[in-house]
Design a protein around this ligand. Structure first.
Ligand code: ADP
Length: 306
């Protein structure tokens, strides 16, 4: 059996000031997945990514990349992982191509020009290949950060908020290229604030809150959990009593917002409306999106959470 691309077992991180940012996080990502790691600010995503990258040590627990322990086999895991960090850090003396060649040499890959050309083209950097990195715009610098993380062809790619504050063109460009790498077999782990991006790209998602996993499921299952429905009845009608348990809210215009656990309940609801001869003016199913799921799971006011 092949090892998971990423395997995190009971990761605990307590900082020097006594604050515990990860409280026993466990999950694995299989090779070829496009995996989302989501959570509000302060959830512990960056802490977890630094531990994956071997930049900081866990207090306890274990992380492995393609079956190799990040602490015990740091030289191996460094080559297996490409991390695109949030902050823009460059050596100011190189142009784009030189920076990529230098980085490639650092990973011991010297005859890598074809791949460097491919990355440059894939990320829309062709026009800037000979420009000094310090003279690039913020968006272009961001592209170079992605290119630098990919230069050694890592099988596992971690993108930490890669599209924060970048324009639409770069986002599309970047996602096209990353999706292609994923199709070619690279495992992608993404953190992002743009939930619609996570929804359309990730096949599975972990949601982290206060250092704990609050959801871990396929994107499809997370979105399937509940359906909201808006129902408008004629003014002479009211919602039948046996539908009241679905009710979230009603307004003075005889509009009702209902919550269904799944689509099967919809059939039951339609039958009740029909047998009781309720006049429906309008009925629409509200598309569930990751934003709703995220808010529900990460809100501090949800029952049963801290
Ligand atoms: P995220 O990336 O999800 O926003 P972080 O991993 O950056 O979250 O932070 C998780 C928690 O750990 C936050 O409450 C943050 O303040 C705290 N934290 C991060 N770095 C340190 C540190 N060096 N010392 C103490 N606490 C820290």
């Amino acid at each position: 059996m092949t090892s998971p691309a990423l395997c995190i077992k009971q990761a605990v991180k307590t900082y020097a000031n006594g604050f515990t940012a990860l409280k026993g996080v466990s999950f694995s990502v299989q090779p070829g997945e496009f995996f989302g790691l989501l959570g509000p600010n302060g959830a512990g995503k960056t802490t977890l990514i630094s531990a994956m990258a071997g930049l900081s040590r866990l207090t306890s627990g274990q992380i492995s990349i393609c079956g190799h322990d990040v602490q015990l086999e740091a030289n191996t895991t460094r080559k297996l992982l490409g991390v695109v960090p949030q902050e823009l850090v460059f050596d100011p003396f190189f142009n784009v191509r030189e920076a990529l060649k230098f980085q490639s040499g650092y990973f011991g890959q010297r005859n890598n020009d074809d791949w460097i050309d491919e990355i440059i083209a894939g990320l829309g950097l062709t026009d800037k290949a000979d420009t000094n990195t310090r003279n690039l715009s913020g968006g272009m610098k961001r592209r170079v950060m992605v290119a630098l993380a990919l230069v050694h062809r890592p099988p596992v790619i971690v993108l930490d908020e890669p599209t924060a504050g970048v324009d639409v063109e770069l986002r599309q460009n970047l996602w096209q290229f990353i999706t292609r790498l994923n199709t070619d077999g690279h495992t992608i782990i993404l953190t992002t604030h743009y939930l619609e991006e996570a929804q359309s790209l990730c096949n599975r998602i972990a949601m982290l809150k206060h250092g704990e996993i609050v959801a871990l499921d396929s994107t499809r299952n997370l979105l399937d959990t509940e359906t909201e429905l808006r129902l408008a009845l004629t003014t002479d009608q009211t919602l039948p009593d046996n539908l009241r348990h679905y009710l979230i809210k009603e307004d003075d215009n005889n509009h009702y917002l209902l919550k269904l656990a799944d689509y099967n309940q919809l059939t039951a609801l339609l039958q009740i409306l029909q047998t009781q001869r309720i006049n429906v003016i309008n009925l629409n199913i509200l598309e569930n999106d990751l934003e709703n799921v995220f808010l529900r799971l990460t809100s501090d006011h949800v029952k049963g959470t801290k």
